[in-house]
Design a protein around this ligand. Sequence first.
Ligand code: ZN
Length: 413
Amino acid sequence: MRLNKVQLEQVDRQIKRMIATDSYYGRLYRERNITGVTSQEEFERLPFSGKEDLRNAYPLGIMVAPQEEVVRIHSSSGTTGTPVIIPYTEKDVDDWAVMFARCYETAGITNKDRIQITPGYGLWTAGIGFQNGCEKLGAMAIPMGPGNTEKQLKMMVDMQTTVITATSSYALLLAEEVQKRKLRDKLSLKKGVIGSERWGSKMRNRIKEQLGIELYDIYGLTEVYGPGIGINCRYETGIHYWDDYIYLEIIDPKTGEQVPDGEEGEIVLTTLVKEGAPLIRFRTHDISRIIPGECQCGRKYPRIDVIKGRSDDMFKVRGVNMFPSQVEDILRDVDGASSEYTVTIARDDDNNCDVMLLTVEGEGRVSFELMAGQIREIFKSRIGMTPKVIVVPIGTLPRSEKKTKRVTDYRVE
Ligand code: ZN
């Protein structure tokens, strides 16, 4: 999707503001003789930015607004040490709340709703984002923060909460508790707004059924305001994102080139009006695609598909891109399969092709041969390629306390 005229002018203005300061990106663009952008082609030649840049600029190197205009910081820690600090001006905080309120509206939530907020408050952007959006909408916030399930359920009943906001895992925990305690008849819950983690349809359906509510996926990341830059509408045809605040590109993570609309790739975000810490071409490593055409709901905001995974985890066999998440989804649908598996990829020179070996643990209730056949079949129909499958007894594959390494690739680049 190309930048429209207004967006192009906004990006140009952002770059000129950055260059005028001694900020990290201001210096970087000056070094590269970048003075602004006047066309799509010029824009696509701009360097990407990434989390490494934000770490290099720690703590406040990316700040472009003068100190006296910055009213707040947020931080995302990530998994590798140095955190990232994002400064916000008053306008940034307000813009974020406007976007978030728009998310609630898109989910059909109104100022008559009571929104129970269970994501955490503090340095990260979750709880306070849900709260500011709620207040901007004029709904009633019930600012719980995370944990204390006992109290969460009591408030949900006493306050007659109509909307629950949570991570998918906490929403599932609450749903199970509600069922265990047979509380459903005492609740007035209608909707759930769930922070963007990748979550399978099995989990989604369980939360939906156990609580009897509609679910909405909210998208966003701390580097770019926080959650609230997009959400699905009731037609569930992808996530509408707010293109008056964000320009979104989908690129091939290997080549960095934009891919045609409809094709899958990595989401790259550019903030159009952010003052405290504008970002140009920020690589999110989230994999999705632009959904061409207009949504049945009539909203003109463009759409992306639900986030499929992280580009860092993607692997490619015989021209087909895959994610560990897809393998997990398949195994979840196979009776007798445990959640443990490994993928080994190698080159078969004799047959001039790549081979993928999927090793899966079987619980023993279902014959291993039957399971292997079923897995091959689902792979073929859902992913379009068939791996070699070996089923081994439960406990055979190595366990790790840290994140287990699932995929080993022996091919030489
Ligand atoms: Zn829609």
